[in-house]
Design a protein around this ligand. Structure first.
Ligand code: O7M
Length: 211
């Protein structure tokens, strides 16, 4: 089974469906974020599932009070999302509200340079929360493989480590897999390339070489 997740951060429905269809052979799942939901509506989740048959991860990075997180997550799971991503820094109650509705992924550390300001200093607490709640997985930065190793070493076995930041943000698939990532998330390096299928295939081969 592939360990590659496509971050489908385009606005247009037709483009999204076209890229999803031509890369699906090399993916484990498709991650849908706000740009696509704002551009094409929530029903794109249902359509992507129908067209590819792949799991859909709704990356809404929910960070609200439990009731609002619940109201949003309910509609997103109903639309067919298999996983919803939530921020942990808002507290256990907000994360639990999402977990009660379906499979959840908690952000424990982000990939961009600014993550060092607020998220990284609380990563240990977020790992502790993940170990206590037992989500499907956590988000860790492919741009800092040494942090992925650290997070993997502190996390309970069974909780997946999912890493964005490969390609456009400078991370490499082989380094982050070596550091202990279970899945890698790739967006622009696939959907902005001239041949998304070929780019997905190349990254898939790199991932396979490490599996
Ligand atoms: O490969 P890219 O840089 O074009 O896209 C990366 C995707 O991963 C994009 O959808 C980001 O919103 C997301 N992401 C990060 O890049 N960094 C993070 O720390 C966290 C995420 C993410 O997916 O969080 C759940």
């Amino acid at each position: 089974m592939s360990r590659l997740i496509l971050a489908l951060d385009v606005y247009e429905r037709e483009r999204a469906l076209e890229i999803a269809e031509c890369t699906a052979d090399y993916l484990w799942a498709i991650k849908v974020n706000w740009p696509l939901i704002i551009g094409s509506g929530l029903k794109i989740i249902t359509e992507l599932k129908q067209v590819t048959g792949l799991p859909i991860i709704a990356d809404l990075k929910l960070a609200d009070i439990p009731n609002t997180n619940r109201l949003i997550a309910k509609k997103v799971f109903e639309a067919g999302a298999d996983y919803v991503i939530a921020h942990g820094f808002v507290g256990r109650d907000s994360v639990k509200a999402v977990m009660e509705l379906g499979k959840t992924i908690i952000v424990v550390e982000m990939s961009h340079p600014g993550a060092k300001e607020f998220i990284q200093p609380v990563t240990d607490k977020l790992i502790e929360m993940a170990n206590e709640l037992g989500p499907f997985g956590v988000i860790a930065p492919a741009t800092r493989p040494e942090r992925v190793s650290y997070i993997r070493s502190k996390l309970k076995p069974g909780i997946k480590v999912i890493t964005p930041g490969v390609g456009a943000q400078g991370g490499t698939a082989s380094e982050v897999l070596k550091a202990g990532a279970d899945y890698i998330i790739v967006g622009r390096a696939i959907y902005q390339s001239e041949n998304p299928r070929e780019s997905a295939r190349r990254i898939f081969e790199e991932v396979e070489a490490w599996s």
